[in-house]
Structure formats: C-alpha cells, structure tokens
Design a protein around this ligand. Structure first.
Ligand SMILES: C[S@@+](CC[C@H](N)C(=O)[O-])C[C@H]1O[C@@H](n2cnc3c(N)ncnc32)[C@H](O)[C@@H]1O
Length: 373
C-alpha cells in the first residue's frame, strides 16, 4: 500500500499528547514540532488517525517541502510535486494557507501561484485545458515559515474537533480537542467518576466518557478523504469496524455535571445523548459553592468562567475562592482547572502540584493540576 507522509496540526501545547496518540495507533516516524506532529503511515494509518485523534485538529498528507523566496521558486516547487497521484480530472482542489516570517508574505498571491502551478502540472497529465472541479474536494493547504514551504492535502475536511455531538454550544464552550487534552492530563481510569461543576455544553464530560470507554471520537462523522477516488475502497469502513469492536462497553466510568444555568444542564444532557454517552452522565443545576460529591474518589476537570469573557476578573477570582473551599485536598481526589489567571493558585488557596501551559484559542492559559491527596 502507498506510503504517506502526514501532518497533524494541533493547538500549541498539545503536540506531545497528539504525538503519543499517534504512536499508540502505530504511526511511524512520529515527530512533534511547534503546533503540529509529522508522521508516516499508509491509508489505514490515515483513516485511523482521522477517527481516533482526540487532540489534533486535522490530518493532512504532506506532498512536499521545499524552500522558496520568490514566486518562481514557489511555482516550480509546487509544479514538481505528483499532484496527479491524488487529484483526479474532476476533483476540486481549493487552496488555503498561511505565511510567517517569509519573503513571500502575501497569502492571496501565494494561493494563486500554487493554484496555477497545480493546474499546470495536471494539464500536462490529463491533457485538458480547463478543470471543472465538480467532483469531491481535495483541499490543498500550504504553510510557509521562514521560506520553508510545506504543501499538503487535507484529508479531514471539517476540523477534527467537530465530533458531531455539539451542534449547539454554550456561550463560552471549550474546544473538544482542548477538553480531550485536559481530561488526558488528569488521567482518568475506566472506573473513575469525572466531575465538571461548570459543565456548560458538557464538552469535558463527554470527552472524558469517550476516552474512558475507548470510543473513537470521529466514529459519528465523515471525513473529506472518504470521497476521494485515490483512497483504496473500504479503508474507512474497515477502520470504523475496528473502532466499534474496540469500544469498552463494560467500563464502569461515570460523569457528573453541574452548572448554575439550567439551560446549560439541558444542553449537556442533549449533547451527551448525541454522543452516545447519556447512560453514563448525570447533570443538575447547582452553584459551585454547593459542590459536595458523594463518591469516595473522583476527578474534577473544569474550565470555570474567565474574567475576559463571562465575568470580570474579580468575580472570576471570587469563584476560584469558592472552588478552593469545596475542592479539598484529600486522598483519592484529583483536580484539573484551566484558567488564564496567573494568580489562580493564590485565589484557589493552594499551589498546584503541577502546571501545564495550554492555549484556549489565542488565550494563553495554565492547566492547574492537583493530585496529591
Ligand atoms: C466557560 S463556561 C464552561 C464551558 C464548558 N466547558 C463547555 O464546553 O461548554 C462556564 C460555565 O460556568 C457556569 N457558571 C457560572 N457561574 C457559576 C457558578 N457559580 N456555579 C456553577 N456554574 C457557574 C456558566 O453558566 C457557564 O456555563
């Protein structure tokens, strides 16, 4: 089977987690870089990566990498690549990308040069003057950093954070990929009880349940590559069958959500239903001050309101104080709280056992981890 060089872009701070996920699924030559992980594999690896990656944003096939400081170099470098191995005569191939710290800084110009070079290459192979682009899309992605050009085909289509369970979100939802990372860093077991006292649309709890029960997060959605003629028939169907067989239905894992807003509780329950984990999840309206879990052990993973968006900073800090009062240091309990507030620990009332820098969109945050009981 054709060997592929792939790239999985991810949020800054999640490279190590995404690389671990890829190694666990058998990807080769896994190499974490800033904001992305490179790996090698075949079409099966690509399908598995799309279905299973929890912390990466998409899966791309790397067609080539070269240096270009002029439009001529960009054109020639692009034209030299074997686009016809993937793009058929009828396929659409929209081009999108970005450029940073490079001589070629105009993204629209780079976009049109790359498009022209691919058309030129394909004309030579298919002997047609005009491409209708009426078939399935093979979105072309480019990145140019310090004059180093990477050209890729996006096999995912919609970003991998779109699992298909969260059509409606809360006012300040956390991205599914970040929620999955927070849960992974808090290390739940298949028999854990996971709590989120600020559950909003339920993302953290749902990601926790999917992880604990070994459900592939992409099982309920489709991917761009499924429509491609160059993909060997049955690749995704086989990967889905394998993923279904690997679900751990016996896991005693449970999760418990709460939110001050009853509409958010209803949303959490609705999204859990869509994600197929409603049987493991309960949620009720409550103020965090009333957090009083009845289980002897548990893991709290949460993103309380930040001053920036929902409340002002002082109100957020008052919430941190209330959280600290109810989230006691005791054996069997672990807490993971994400916040952009560098004084979080002071207001929560005790220093974290471990801290991890994460980005919530453009916002630099810290995941404060408390695991010593
Ligand atoms: C940043 S959002 C959480 C988003 C959630 N992680 C998601 O993915 O949708 C914070 C949530 O805390 C809730 N909230 C605000 N104050 C609260 C309080 N005192 N007790 C419990 N929940 C509260 C808000 O209603 C909001 O849904």
């Amino acid at each position: 089977m054709q060997s592929l060089c792939c790239c999985a872009p991810c949020l800054f701070g999640l490279e190590g987690l995404a690389a671990d996920e890829l190694r666990r699924m058998g990807a080769q030559q896994v190499q974490a870089e800033n904001g992305r992980v490179l790996f090698a594999g075949d079409w099966h690896t690509l399908a598995a990566a799309n279905l299973w990656l929890r912390t990466a944003e998409r899966v791309e096939i790397v067609l080539g990498q070269f240096n270009a400081a002029t439009f001529d170099e960009l054109f020639e470098g692009t034209r030299a690549l074997p686009w016809e191995d993937f793009i058929g005569r009828q396929n659409a191939f929209p081009v999108k990308g970005w450029s940073l710290d490079s001589a070629l800084h105009s993204v629209p110009d780079c976009q049109s040069i790359i498009k022209k070079a691919i058309v030129e290459r394909l004309r030579g192979r298919y002997h047609v003057a005009w491409f209708e682009e009426t078939g399935p899309a093979l979105p072309v992605r480019f990145s140019i950093r310090k004059n180093a050009v990477t050209l890729m085909l996006d096999s995912s289509g919609a970003g991998l954070h779109k699992r298909g369970y969260r059509a409606v979100a809360s006012q300040a939802p956390i991205k599914e990929t970040l929620a999955a990372a927070m849960v992974a860093l808090a290390r739940p077991y298949e028999d854990s009880v996971l709590y989120d006292p600020f559950c909003g649309s339920g993302t953290i709890l749902i990601e926790g349940a999917l992880q604990a029960c070994n459900v592939a997060p992409g099982l309920r959605r489709r991917f761009a590559a499924e429509e491609w003629d160059c993909l060997p028939a049955g690749t995704f169907a086989a990967a889905r069958d394998q993923a279904r067989a690997q679900i751990n239905r016996q896991a005693p894992f449970r999760c418990v959500g709460a939110d001050l807003d009853p509409a958010m509780v209803a949303l959490t329950l609705q999204n859990a239903q869509k994600a197929g984990v409603a049987g493991r999840l309960q949620a009720a309206a409550a103020d965090v001050a009333a957090f009083a879990p009845t289980t002897p052990r548990g893991i709290v993973v949460t993103n309380p309101p930040y001053g920036e968006r929902l409340l002002d900073v002082q109100a957020a800090r008052e919430l941190y104080r209330r959280m600290g009062a109810v989230m006691e240091k005791k054996p069997g309990w672990r807490y993971a709280v994400i916040s952009p507030d560098e004084q979080f620990e002071e207001h929560f009332g005790r220093p974290a056992d471990k801290k991890r820098k994460l980005y919530n969109g453009m916002l630099r945050c810290t995941l404060y981890l408390y695991f010593k009981g």
